[in-house]
Design a protein around this ligand. Sequence first.
Ligand code: MSK
Length: 630
Amino acid sequence: MGDFKLTSIEEFEAATAKLLETGAKVGADSWQLRVKNQTPHCKFGEQGVCCRICSMGPCRITPKAPRGICGCDVHGIVGRNYLKFTAGGAATHSDHGREICHTLYLSAEDGNYHVKDPDKLKKIAKEWGVETEGKDIYDLAHEMAELALLEYGKPFGNQRWLKRAPEHTQELWERENIAPRAIDREVASSLHMTHMGCSSKPEALIRQSLRAGLADGWGGSMCGTEFSDVLFGTPKPIDTEANLGVMNAENVNIVVHGHDPSLSEMICEYADDPEMIAYAKSFGAKGITVSGVCCTSNEVAMRRGIPMAGNFLQQENVVLTGACEAIVVDVQCIFPALGPLSKCFHTKFITTSPIAQMPDSEFIEFHAENAGENAKAIVKMACENFVNRRQDLVYIPDMKQKATVGYSVEAIVKTLDGVTNSQVDETGTTKPLLECITSGVIRGAVAMVGCNNPKVRPDYAHVELMKKLIANDIIIIASGCSAQAAARAGLMSKEAKDLCGAGLKRVCELADIPPVLHMGSCVDISRMLVLAATLSKESGLPISALPVVGCAPEWMSEKAVSIGNYVVATGIDTFLGVDPYVSGSTEVADLLTNGIRNWVEAAYTVEKDIDKLGDAMIARIEEKRAALGI
Ligand code: MSK
């Protein structure tokens, strides 16, 4: 098995403990301390039984007070809370997608942003029935961007991207009246339904939750992913490194964090500029290291091989190294704590989006017109800050792993089809993957996604579940902070094949892939939808019949609930390790874990015991195989 060794969770934790010692020296706060102040959590909130949508309350449902002042029962309250949570996530992902469409609209030959994948743009144009012949690529980009933006508010019809789904799935959505209309309409309708005096029927609320989720996955997120590929390139396998040890004590360290690649791409561009590297050297540094946190990290890792410093619950750690000159953030999953924390060190905390403005940050507004200029200013600021380090506080844990990332659907098809078919081009098929699954060489696939959450030992669930699944010949596709947990542990190293069962190991060797395939950021879960749809079409089986499940064992954000809803509504059973605040209502919990199966052929399983969660996924995959007779 060679020298390869995973980095253990205990090693992750030991590194964090040392960094917290540095924090204690400078009086820094940390999420570990704040969790202590916030626990035990409010039981009403945890069960989803608190209602504060009007000012007659807040009302809390108990056996002695079974209805709120308006008469709403616990099922209506829990269902409304669940729908509001979903709408928050769908709005957030989709607005990210909208920003990408605006950036595409402003792309120009001589501008800050360019079309890097013209073939993908033309392919989408063809899909949408737009003439490409004889058109300048930027004229086409602007036309497509405008059409995509109209998807957010069009008065009639459903989302264009739904046509990518297998016919059977589309029929289910039509039958159940959950095919999403305009993206903004689904978010607005959700908030309308949850207003005081509107819906309190669990069935209606959960149906709309699925619809709003679908507006995200097959709408806003799909726009985000597809047009990011057009602008910044469709990911291909690329080598990188992961964990805090990717930061370099001798270099200026710039950490990019958030989700929107428009900012981070520009920062990477300028950090690579010889003029900027010389500038860094003029302050005594040896160079510039850009690394990433959260999904911005996934975006630049997949396209540029930029190393991944950490995931969601590591964001404070990068500052605690004392070697971070600037942490530059765009939107989503950014701790406001970074403001006061950066003040304990020399670190510049730079916010760039009007959507995510925070105290104790320097706000440098970023948009397509000034992107180059502002990225350069930020890189310069970081270089100048190098001399302000307190050397006695610098400690970068010596911990990193190799990772191969960038498995877009196109890359997966090309890599796997290439093993059996030397003539493969971009029109390759998923047939080799299907053959591996039907023959039993691979038992199935799990889409591992989602965040960290202090309610679960950080990264433990992601890493342990992945180890268990690959040992059982189940291939993993991973995105978001789950992907980063895998990369930091070493599960995205090709050498991790030695941890697989014999079948999956053989596939990894033949195709030269790691057993956990990096599919990108959280908006890129739309890539997983496209993969599932392709597998379904090419096998002739409904998505729900494929031995494929989804899992978010440590999820925490509203986006994750929206994702769960669109994954389930696409026909993929979804396993959660954290309860989505629905345990207070038997009706809502039963709908989500059973009832919706009658609508969309899939449902949720919630299991906080990680070992049991893994067993349940394996059992579900084997059940599906047995039903297919394979
Ligand atoms: S960053 S939504 S903590 S995956 Fe996409 Fe990670 Fe979850 Fe944010």
